[in-house]
Design a protein around this ligand. Sequence first.
Ligand code: UD1
Length: 336
Amino acid sequence: MKRILVTGGLGFIGSHTVVELQNEGFEVIIIDDLSNTSIKVLDSITEITGTKPDFHQIDLRIKNDVKTFFDNNKVDGIIHFAAFKAVGESMYKPLDYYENNLGALVYLLQEMRDRKLDNFIFSSSCTVYGQADELPITEKAPVKTAESVYGSTKQIGEEILKNASNAHNLNIIALRYFNPIGAHESVKIGELPLGVPQNLIPFITQTAAGIRKELSVFGDDYNTPDGTAIRDYIHVVDLAKAHIAALQRLMNKNNKKSFEFFNVGTGKGSSVLEIINAFEKVNNLKLNYKIVDRREGDITAAYADTTIANKELGWKTEKSLEEALESAWKWQLQNN
Ligand code: UD1
């Protein structure tokens, strides 16, 4: 049985990926520092799959703890989710973001180099493209100057990976996620935002639940059909499965270059108003919302061209936007 280390394995995308890995017969070891999630997620994963993953509470910024972990655990692949992800916060805590998102990455790669480990999957983001000149966005689109420190950590992270893969014969795939939403069909795991949600879907579900008074729609004067901004919202379970496909590509040595990156989205863009309408319809409720000014740093539109990911990873999305919005609402109700 192949043993896969999943850092940040108790987070939103990480927990869904752990479930899919276990479903596919992998043995999973989780490292999480619990800074932005709860240990209860470990029990929820166990309830879903029937197998408790090995768990280590480790802060990856502590180099010696990373080393000790690898002294005691053999792994066949690493999926690295552990990182800070709040765009706004990254602007006033830049050093914390660089330390956590890049320091930990370097320590992991050093251990891989020193121990001749291989097969590494990195959480990147469509934010590396900024406002792309052409839509849908292909992997050929240039990386643009980052709008946030968070975005910068993803860009620099990819540079680090490219250099390390070349110099040390490491096989690495970066997955550039579009907007992950939704929750597992069991309603046992989902997104757990701390405080006031910054992302659209958790804000919508908390508004529908009465926790927030109303949703602010950030701008209706964008150059889009209804004036609101367009994103590519992907069901988190589909996104989780892309990690399995990427891992298998590396393990079966089907990769064409030592460092590759792929877009992981649905290929379909939805505007904020379309999301609101779809959420109301599928869950049969009405949402309080008002139009306000644009949010600083937001782009007009981003959605993926997934041709290359579909072909190279042998992966495609299976779930609809409606399923994602329905599962997000069920998850909210469960957690009220
Ligand atoms: C954001 C980050 C992105 C990151 C991703 C992680 C920015 C600029 N980008 O993506 O780098 O990878 O989160 O999940 O922050 N919206 C509203 N009202 C709200 C919240 C959002 O109208 O209360 C709108 C936004 O203006 C945007 C869309 O909904 O048009 C999606 O927003 P969000 O969920 O925050 O994701 P992104 O901004 O696309």
